[in-house]
Each structure stands twice: as C-alpha cells, then as structure tokens.
Design a protein around this ligand. Sequence first.
Ligand code: G3H
Ligand code: 13P
Ligand code: ZN
Length: 322
Amino acid sequence: MSLVTSTEMFKKAYAGGYAVGAFNVNNMEIVQGITEACKEEKAPVILQVSKGARAYANHTYLVKLVEAAVIECPEIPIVLHLDHGPDFETCKSCIDGGFTSVMIDASSKPFAENIEITKKVVEYAHDHGVVVEAELGTLAGVEDDVKVSAADSSYTRPEEVEEFVAKTGCDSLAIAIGTSHGAYKFTPDQCTRNEKGILVPPPLRFDVLEEVSKRLPGFPIVLHGSSSVPQEYVKMVNEHGGKMPDAVGIPEEQLRKAATLSVCKINIDSDLRLTMTGTIRQFFDEHPDKFDPREYLKPARANIKETVRHKLRDVLGCAGKA
Ligand code: G3H
Ligand code: 13P
Ligand code: ZN
C-alpha cells in the first residue's frame, strides 16, 4: 500500500465510533515506535510533521522515513500530514513534496481572513489529490514556540462552522473545546485535586462539540492538544533528574467519549515526548557509564510503541480497524 489520504479513514471512523491517532514524528525512532504498534494492532494511522519538525529533521528525511514505514507496514493505511501549516507556501511545499494531507492553521486570523487563506490552500490541495484540515477557535498552550495563554484561547463558535466549511471546502475541522497543547494544559488553580493529590482538569466542552456536530452532520472533527500526560512518565522524569511539577493532560475517558462522537482524528505529541524523555532519563541515571545512542534509543522506541498501543486500544478505539 502507498500513502493514502484520510478520506476513507474518516468515513470509517465516523461510522464506527472511533478516532484515528495523529502522532507527531521528528526522527526514525518515533516513526518506528508508532508504526510498529499500529502494524501489530492493525490500526490506521496519521503521521504528522510540524514546521518545527521540518526545520529540525529536514523535509526529505521525514518523507523518506515515512515512506520506509509504508514499505515495512503494507497492511495498514498511513497518511502523511502537515501539522499546523502556518501559510500557503508551507502547505504548497508539502503538497508538492509528497504529503497526502495538510493542515492550514489560520485560526489566529479574523474569520474572513481564515476563510480566504484556507480556501486558497484547499483549491491547490484538491487539484493535487491532497486533503485539508482547517481550524476554528484557539487552543491554549505552546506550538512551534508560539505561546497562547488560557485567557487568549477561545472555544469554537458553533454558529460559524457551517459557513466556514461551505466557503472553504475543507475536508476536516479542528475545533477548540478545552484541549490545549503541551504538558501543562491547565494551571493548578484551573483544576481540582483528587484524593491522591493528583490534579483533575476541567471537563471538555462536549456541549460545543455536540452543537458543531449537529450543524455539520457526518463531517470529521479533529481534536488537537489531546495528550493525557501519563503520570507514570511525569514521575519517571521527576525521579531521574527532571523537573515537571504539575504537568497535567486531558483525561483518557473524555478522549474516548469524543472518539465515539464526531471526532475522527486525535492529535498526540507530548505523550510521546514524555515517554521518550522519561525512558532516556532513567537509562542515564541507571547506566552513567553508557554512551552508545542505540542503547538508550532502543528502550525509548520500545516504550513509545507501548504508549501508542495503549492509545490505539484504550483511548482511540482504532485497534483492528485497518
Ligand atoms: O501542536 C504542536 C505539536 O506538538 C508540534 O510541536 O511545533 O514543537 O514540533 P512542535
Ligand atoms: P499535545 O501537546 O497534547 O500532544 O498536542 C499535540 C498536537 O495537537 C499536535 O498538533
Ligand atoms: Zn496541534
């Protein structure tokens, strides 16, 4: 199988009440960890590349790594997606350069300008057989070094979605319902604490999601900022020289619920970063004499695989759906 677009994937996910995982990739070990889990669990997958990933690893290396995964995993459909495309030129470069899906993120622009930029990307992408994700509403958190404070974030306004989709022709829509980028999604004072003292974040705005879905029946919705920030990895980081106090994510059961509704794509990056960093910190702590990168990248890749397997089976519900 060669790279595919997400069109069929989303149709099946919507009808089947599950979501496809969209995992950010920056190097070979991350690509391998994700796709080995998806292959074993027979899950469709979206491998996504940010502007920062292209700057770090180089467009060609990332495309070739993903093409290698396609060869190694012929039994599962794989999408290569641009995450948070900042402008038309970046989207065009990815469309021309082998991606099957792009996101144009003009969500920080006024509504009319967001429509105008998104429409331009959609026209070029569709002419080249590529699909487009757009965004309405603003998430809090950090992406590509752009910080959006909780005060500046805003939920998607359901009354805008029909006009936006009709005028742009986008293929999927990312919305803001309370998720947030990074490992510090909420400040402690936005949360309550459970009996173990663990921070419990405010619930997602399912009322907004339901209103959007009512206005866009059958249309695939995307959730960004959907890492759950597993506390076992936060602990591992903190016990081995790291300092990540009060890191908190989106509870898994809320993502599971979103996946049964109209959410067809769920974006996860921070959880893989935490998995990799916790594992490598522990390794260095326990083996101060080791210096062969293969020795610490091997357990990091193995743990990324297990983190992804857990997501596929227990959060996204897409295991066995390839
Ligand atoms: O939403 C942002 C993703 O986590 C990608 O992060 O821009 O640091 O590569 P990055
Ligand atoms: P997290 O930071 O929650 O993993 O979100 C990733 C994301 O939305 C990538 O676009
Ligand atoms: Zn995102």
